[in-house]
Design a protein around this ligand. Structure first.
Ligand code: FES
Length: 200
């Protein structure tokens, strides 16, 4: 028996495009086709709307797997959104490996509005895959360090802040002050030594 099956239940977040995959999932529900309750749907207007930070945030907030699903190539209602999603997911998989996230935990798939059964199969397969991989053990500190969310200017982060960003808002400086990585700590120590030498 799988050692993870006793007390752990996988959490999977699925970003589905409104026009195809969400409607496909809806069709599966209307047709009473069973699909995994571990999958939680977030509707986006197009798979091309998927900001890579959505995926990073889903993992950092406890998801064990993420599905991105959109219209079949050539069927996107915004023409090329799904091609954008394809490129982003490809890059994201490479990035996630750096944080110890198996690339299989992120899946991109095309499901049309008439493919209720296909959606159910995708959801069930993803649950089985994530169960086999086990709970995600994410290097959270490092993920937060690298998260693009952390590097946004204060104006965006706080939603309409009126003052201009000051020196404390510049991402590079803020990162240096708070960065716990050993190589940066060494850099700070050297900086302090040099400052003392020049002052004396
Ligand atoms: S509208 Fe479905 S992928 Fe763009």
């Amino acid at each position: 028996m799988n050692q993870h099956t006793t007390d752990w239940q996988p959490k999977i977040v699925a970003f589905l495009c409104n026009w195809c995959s969400y409607t496909g999932a809806d069709l599966a529900g209307i047709s009473r086709i069973h699909w995994s309750p571990a999958v939680n749907i977030v509707r986006v207007m197009c798979s091309g709307r998927l900001d890579p930070t959505f995926v990073v945030k889903a993992f950092s907030m406890g998801a064990d797997g993420v599905i991105v699903s959109g219209c079949h190539p050539g069927d996107c209602h915004y023409q090329k959104g799904n091609y954008k999603a394809l490129r982003r997911v490809h890059l994201l998989k490479r990035l996630l490996v750096d944080f110890g996230v198996e690339p299989e935990r992120l899946r991109l798939v095309w499901v049309s509005a008439s493919e209720g059964e296909a959606w159910a199969r995708v959801a069930n397969e993803m649950e089985a895959k994530v169960r086999a991989l086990g709970p995600l053990k994410l290097a959270l500190g490092r993920a937060r360090q690298a998260s693009p969310l952390r590097r946004r200017p204060t104006r965006q982060r706080e939603g309409g802040l009126t003052r201009d960003p000051g020196p404390e808002d510049r991402p590079g400086e803020a990162d240096l002050v708070h960065d716990p990585l050993p190589e940066n700590r060494r850099g700070e120590a050297r900086l302090a030594r040099d400052t003392e030498r020049h002052a004396s």
